[in-house]
Design a protein around this ligand. Structure first.
Ligand SMILES: Nc1ncnc2c1ncn2[C@@H]1O[C@H](COP(=O)(O)OP(=O)(O)OP(=O)(O)O)[C@@H](O)[C@H]1O
Ligand SMILES: [Mg+2]
Length: 293
């Protein structure tokens, strides 16, 4: 049985189990250190989920270096800011990229929401609500580093995928972000880990073990690794081509890794689906609440 067929069969079984649970799950993708591969992971992971029949939207919340569109050679015509300030509908700001993947450019400072009047907020809620039953997963690509904005985004999400490389600085910075979130969040946050750019499998395992142990010993936080992405020259080449690597080089090492991550992530999320999903509306409500507090 080839990989695609086994994935399809698995997904069929998975969909049957999932039929009754439908609420969009908000997943933040972040890192401590910048440039570790978040945006590439987010986009290719989104395409991997889409390939197995999941409905996914990527929301680019990295304001300073928003580049999800660049990775697809695409220019967004509008952004979430147009929903807030020009009363555009959510469908009007939904852009289509490679292989029909849908994405929305943020274009807003999360704290801007706090300054909005009630009428604008009501309009925004109504638009956001539309996405709730439209998609399974909303992937938020974020900037790196510890800021109040990032911490709020993580706390408001249903879960967070932390991307790190094996560099000690990247590991230390990932831990620092999780520690900060852990200190401010009242509910235990759900973190999963992806180790990117390892040169060997052993290096990836050791990186994951180091972070897992630190989280369990000092934060009492169970950090689950959902996979490894090896150092692969095709990633850089695909960035240059402005075509996601899972499309331009579907059989390269990094693409195989993404498919493995999709396979290990879906059963994992199934396990945690009993934990209430706040969804996209819950996400923005929480952001508003945190922004005011
Ligand atoms: N697995 C990999 N193998 C080889 N190169 C990689 C890999 N992952 C990422 N890169 C390289 O790292 C660069 C930065 O990746 P990316 O833009 O996804 O990082 P980022 O974490 O989103 O950065 P920022 O913090 O600036 O948003 C890519 O352009 C690519 O050249
Ligand atoms: Mg990025």
């Amino acid at each position: 049985m080839d990989q695609a067929q086994s994935l399809r069969e698995y997904m069929h079984r998975f969909n049957v189990q999932q039929q009754e649970i439908h609420s969009s799950r908000v997943i933040t993708i972040t890192s401590g250190k910048g440039g570790v591969g978040k945006s590439n992971f987010t986009l290719n992971f989104a395409l991997g989920l889409k390939a197995v029949g999941k409905k996914v939207i990527v929301l680019d919340l990295d304001l300073s270096t928003a580049n999800i569109n660049i990775l697809m050679g695409n220019s967004p015509r509008s952004s979430l800011a147009d929903v807030l300030y020009k009363k555009k509908s959510i469908w009007g700001v939904l852009e289509k990229g490679t292989e029909g993947i849908e994405y929305i450019s943020g274009g807003i400072e999360i704290q801007d929401l706090v300054k909005l009047d009630q009428e604008t907020i009501s309009f925004f809620w109504a638009q956001i609500q539309e996405l709730q039953s439209y998609v399974d997963y909303i992937l938020l690509d974020t900037g790196a580093g510890i800021s109040k904005e990032l911490v709020d985004i993580i706390v408001a999400s249903d879960e967070t995928i932390m991307v790190t490389t094996p560099e000690p600085t990247a590991i230390a910075d990932s831990y620092a972000v999780m520690k900060t979130v852990f200190q401010v969040s009242k509910q235990a946050p759900i973190f999963r880990l992806v180790v990117n750019r390892s040169h060997t499998y052993r290096e990836a395992v050791e990186t994951s073990r180091a972070l897992k142990n630190a989280c369990s010993n000092f934060l009492n936080l169970k950090l689950k690794t959902i996979g490894f992405l090896m150092e692969d020259v095709h990633v850089r080449q695909s960035v240059k081509l402005q075509i996601p690597f899972i499309v331009s080089y579907p059989y390269c090492e990094a693409s195989k890794n993404i498919k493995q991550i999709v396979c290990s992530y879906l059963p994992d999320i199934d396990e945690t689906s009993s934990i209430a999903t706040k969804g996209i509306r819950g996400f923005f409500e929480k952001i508003l609440f945190l922004g005011k507090s």
